[in-house]
Design a protein around this ligand. Structure first.
Ligand SMILES: [Zn+2]
Length: 76
């Protein structure tokens, strides 16, 4: 699998995934992803993407403007 942006090789790593969700900033740390060594673009697999959506969906009633979560704690 190669980077869509620059065609470089991807390697498995963990990233900080940042989402702007309904005007709130949600930072999910330690998300497993395939990361491009060249441009830093990252790709999560379908399973991880679904979990990220679940996680952010549960935050709809949370009033905090900035939230920092740790993925490895959330899915453990
Ligand atoms: Zn790239």
């Amino acid at each position: 699998m190669n980077c869509i942006m620059c065609k470089s090789q991807l390697s498995k790593n963990r990233v900080n995934h940042i989402v702007d969700y309904c005007g709130r900033i949600v930072i999910i740390r330690n998300v497993p992803a395939n990361v491009c060594g060249q441009c830093g673009e990252y790709y999560v697999d379908n399973d991880t993407a679904m979990r990220l959506e679940e996680i952010t969906g549960e935050l709809i009633n949370n009033k905090a403007e900035i939230l920092v979560l740790n993925y490895s704690e959330l899915v453990a």
